[in-house]
Design a protein around this ligand. Structure first.
Ligand code: UDP
Length: 487
């Protein structure tokens, strides 16, 4: 009897930075490894236009990926919560409908042999176990952050004050000591509810069967070694640790359509504009899908870019956009007066959204001012594009340390203590990257890293092998006569 093709259920967390890697993982598992995939999601989690774009792309690809749409959920008082708390609560509220979806998938053919989800869906890990489905986390960030998160419950029991108030660096296995203020904001402050959600998610990470990480061995060798060799310890005497699979970079292979004529026209315009610029001359400026800069910061960035004299393509998001929705930006209301006219011959500002992958792979693009979101970072590495690191939230300060101090493929924008970057610093950093000696060295190293990223994904490469190992485990699960009820 031939072995059964496994089906996996995939349930991401909210926000585009999660939708993209989870949807790409689904595509990769189905396309490269022949798996059947059920992609579970709920409307509130993503901008409907971008979700529709993915569903259409997948539907027309003929891949064995089906979508399971959950009923909507709401919670009261969201406006007073940090985004991490808001999302954790909405996910917790979706738990029953995820369980129902998993139950009906268990009855389908082939039944599911793995539940692949996000760490922030920790409230669901145990229910999957009760159904006899092993849980795996797809960790959409670095091995460095994962090492910290696995260590977090123990650090909390050893260090009785908020990390933001520590005067000593925090020791994390596989990483250089790190200042408490460089850790993700929700874990820095014990007085916020988001801190306790982080403790819950991090404690539960120890219970899953395996963790797929969106990184690759050549990018974070010491940290991955520390994870694999069990150098990270838990507060409870865990009798087993999850298996680790560095499978990245899992990034989009084709640009995400926005499904809106106005935005799509802008997209075409910005690629056409790039076609007319000299090679490697344009700095791409974008802060991801969730962040909007305050207006005083927009002014400093504009003045600094103008003073640098370099070409730029800037995606400017409206302040009314949120992590879960993208609103139109009225450019003339946010840019300094006359800015667009004065820079017309060498700059383009686009409202809300640009096709980041085609921009990063365009021959005219020569650098990237980025918030160091992990998807943007992997996309930049995969296209050999050096970065000016301008972290804003989440684990982005840790990503800056990796890019600037460790890998030396980025230049740090120097910030004031509140994260503000002044116009002189913008000008300095842009000139350094586009014309300075450091810029040349950083560019050369980024090109070398790109080669390593490409090799990791090729047949026989480290990430290819790691993905194949996870798939083989799911195939074994699919063919086991009695599935074992283990998370
Ligand atoms: N993105 C894009 N166009 C934009 C802004 C963002 O295509 O104008 C994509 C980008 O390519 C990346 C994702 O949105 O894949 C942003 O993810 P990241 O982890 O970098 O940041 P986040 O949005 O989670 O802060």
């Amino acid at each position: 009897m031939g072995s059964r093709k496994p089906r996996v259920a995939i349930f991401p967390s909210a926000g585009l930075g999660h939708l993209i890697p989870f949807a790409e993982l689904a595509i990769r598992l189905s396309d490269h490894h022949g798996l059947s995939v059920s992609f579970i999601s709920c409307k509130w989690m993503f901008s409907p236009r971008l979700m529709a774009s993915y569903s259409e792309r997948i539907a027309s690809s003929g891949l064995d990926i089906t979508f399971v749409q959950l009923p909507e959920v709401e919670i009261d008082g969201a406006e007073h919560m940090k985004i991490e708390t808001h999302i954790s609560k909405l996910l917790e509220k979706s738990k029953d409908s995820v369980v129902s979806a998993l139950r009906s998938l268990l009855d389908s053919a082939p039944p599911i042999s793995a539940f692949i989800t996000d760490f922030s869906c920790s409230t669901m890990f145990d229910v999957a176990a009760e159904l006899g489905i092993p849980t795996y986390v797809f960790f959409t960030s670095t091995a460095s952050l994962l090492s910290f998160m696995l260590s977090f419950p123990k650090l909390v029991s050893e260090i009785p004050i908020s990390f933001k108030d520590t005067e000593f660096p925090i020791e994390i296995p596989g990483l250089p000591p790190i200042a408490g203020t460089d850790l993700p904001p929700p874990v820095q402050d014990r007085s916020n509810e988001a801190f306790y959600w982080a403790v819950q998610h991090c404690s539960c990470l120890w219970k899953v069967r395996g963790i797929l990480i969106n990184t690759f061995e050549e990018l974070e060798p010491e940290t991955i070694k520390a994870l694999v060799e069990g150098k990270i310890s838990n507060t409870t005497e865990a009798d087993r640790v999850p298996r680790f699979y560095p499978v990245g970079p899992v990034i989009s292979s084709s640009p995400l359509e926005y499904n809106d004529k106005h935005v799509e026209d802008g997209r075409a315009d910005c690629l056409k504009w790039l076609d007319n610029q000299p090679p490697s001359s344009v700095l791409f400026v974008s802060f991801g899908s969730g962040a909007s800069l305050p207006s005083a910061q927009v002014t400093e960035l504009a003045v600094g870019l103008e003073a640098s004299g370099h070409r730029f393509l800037w995606v400017l998001r409206s302040l009314s956009s949120s992590f879960l929705s993208i609103e139109e930006t009225e450019l003339s209301q946010v840019l300094p007066e006359g800015f667009e006219n004065r820079t017309r011959d060498r700059g383009l500002v686009v409202a809300s959204w640009a096709p980041q992958i085609p921009v990063l792979s365009h021959p005219s693009t020569g650098g990237f001012i980025s918030h160091c979101g992990w998807n943007s970072t992997l996309e930049s590495i995969s296209h050999g594009m050096p970065i000016i690191c301008w972290p804003l939230f989440a684990e982005q300060r840790m990503n800056r340390i990796l890019l600037v101090n460790k890998l030396k493929v980025g230049i740090a924008a120097k910030m004031e203590s509140d994260g503000f970057v002044g116009r002189e610093e913008v000008e300095r950093a842009v000139r350094e990257l586009m014309e300075g000696g450091d810029g040349r060295r950083v560019r050369a190293r980024m090109r070398e890293l790109k080669v390593k990223a490409v090799s990791a994904l090729e047949e026989g490469g480290s990430s290819y092998k790691a993905m194949a190992a996870a798939v083989s485990e799911w195939t074994t699960n699919a063919n086991a006569e009695n599935s074992v009820a283990i998370i």
